[in-house]
Design a protein around this ligand. Structure first.
Ligand SMILES: Cc1ncc(COP(=O)(O)O)c(C=O)c1O
Ligand SMILES: [Zn+2]
Length: 397
């Protein structure tokens, strides 16, 4: 198999880095890096015809667009194409012509994060790494520990001690070395970076490790294929660090580079109003107070019940803001009450049980349509984490 990954470009200053660059961030300005590919060479292996004749029903059908050389190295877990469901209730409520829910609560560790962890783990294996680490609000760590267990890779996880019990249990049962941090996710992130630096562990920290975005982009390939090889009009994404949304953006940018779509969908960042660093940054730019060419991220003191999106200083914030501004999307903020109400509404009307962050995209779509904004259809809401990961969110109500 050919690895078409040819290097990285800094999302802030544009400096190019070789494919074998072993830093995580830009060597000039510490901006986050974006992976570049030889799209021309890739296009024979990644095309409508090649996909139509490919019987593989997992994300590995998109292997030419991932930054590794041999699909034999991927974790032995079913990284299946996740279901996409049309939802006529939401169409009636929002007036959008077609609304779809993309159910990523069904991946191996029950969250979207498996898209990143499976790809980053494969990269780590090909680099000959023997110990890896990650900070997490819960799900990224569970997913990293899950992939580590499947590959026999020792994993260290830094997680706030306040994370939901099910997530802490999940980390332990996969055999990870769990370091519970008496502090916020941002504290855990910093601690993980320091330990990795000191001991030479490979750091999967979300947004910091450029391969996380590369794994997450597969959701866009799936949506495009599931909609009949067409881009949707809009995608609604729950946002914390901003790495899922930047992965969505990257996937559609890849498809455009490959000549497979003409326009990117409008990308909407949905945040809790109690953890809205990215939304605030976008609004500042929209109001003329901020500069889209020199993005200065706002920081907050996050305090949302949707623990997975509680982030003070988003690590992939610059890419997230670009994803929204450059695609003509928008920032949407919603209350924790509205997020928590969406959980039983969704479960009882569709059979999909998602955690608070996992339903936030749907809460955002409804809120945005209530504001009379024009939402390009089809609209896709990402459902990013399983409800069993945080049953207290339901029991406490
Ligand atoms: C269920 C769920 N939804 C959404 C997110 C937000 O992703 P990001 O932090 O990349 O913005 C996370 C991150 O942990 C998550 O676990
Ligand atoms: Zn730079």
């Amino acid at each position: 198999m050919t690895n078409y990954h040819i290097g990285f470009s800094c999302l802030v200053c544009g400096t190019e880095h070789a494919a074998d660059y072993d830093g995580y961030v830009c060597k000039e300005c510490e901006g986050k890096l974006d992976a570049d590919y030889d799209y021309h060479a890739m296009s024979d292996e990644f095309s409508v015809d090649s996909l139509k004749s490919n019987p593989d029903r997992t994300v590995w059908r998109y292997a030419p667009a991932f930054p590794f050389s041999d699909v034999a190295n991927v974790p032995r877990l079913f990284m299946g194409i996740t279901p996409i469901y049309r939802n006529r209730d939401l169409e009636a409520k929002t007036g959008v012509n077609e609304v779809y829910l993309k159910d990523d609560s069904r991946l191996p560790s029950a969250s979207f994060k498996d898209r990143a962890s499976s790809v980053v783990m494969t990269v780590a294996i090909e680099k000959g790494i023997d110990k890896v680490a990650c900070a997490s609000t819960g799900n990224a760590g569970c997913s990293w520990a899950c992939m580590g267990a499947a590959c026999g890779m020792p994993v260290i996880i830094f997680v706030p001690a306040s994370a939901p019990k099910a997530k802490i249990a999940q980390l332990g049962v996969y055999g990870a070395d769990v370091r519970q941090v008496d502090g916020t996710y941002d504290d855990a992130f910093q601690l993980c970076a320091e330990e990795c630096e000191e001991h030479g562990y490979f750091n999967r920290n979300t947004g910091f490790n450029p391969f996380t975005r590369e794994g997450k982009k597969s959701v866009s390939f799936e949506i495009w294929e599931q909609l009949g090889f067409k881009a949707p009009g809009s995608v609604f994404v729950p946002v914390g660090d901003g790495n899922i949304i930047s992965g969505v953006w990257k996937g559609f940018r890849d498809l455009k580079q490959l000549g497979l779509i003409e326009e990117l969908p409008a990308i909407y960042a949905v945040q809790s109003d109690a953890s809205a660093a990215i939304a605030r940054t976008i609004r500042k730019i929209q109001s003329g107070d901020g500069d889209a060419d020199n993005i200065q991220l706002e920081t907050v003191s996050a305090n949302t019940r949707a623990d997975s999106i509680a982030v003070d200083s988003p690590s992939d914030g610059v890419a997230a803001v670009k994803a929204v501004i450059e695609t003509g999307g928008d920032a949407v903020t919603v209350s924790d009450d509205d997020i928590l109400d969406t959980i039983p509404e969704l479960a009882s009307s569709t059979g999909i049980f998602a955690e608070p962050a996992g339903v936030t995209s749907i809460t955002g779509l409804k809120a945005h349509s209530d504001s009379d904004a024009e939402i390009p259809g089809p609209a896709v809401c990402l459902v990013t984490g399983n409800g069993l990961k945080d049953v207290e969110a339901v029991l406490e109500r």
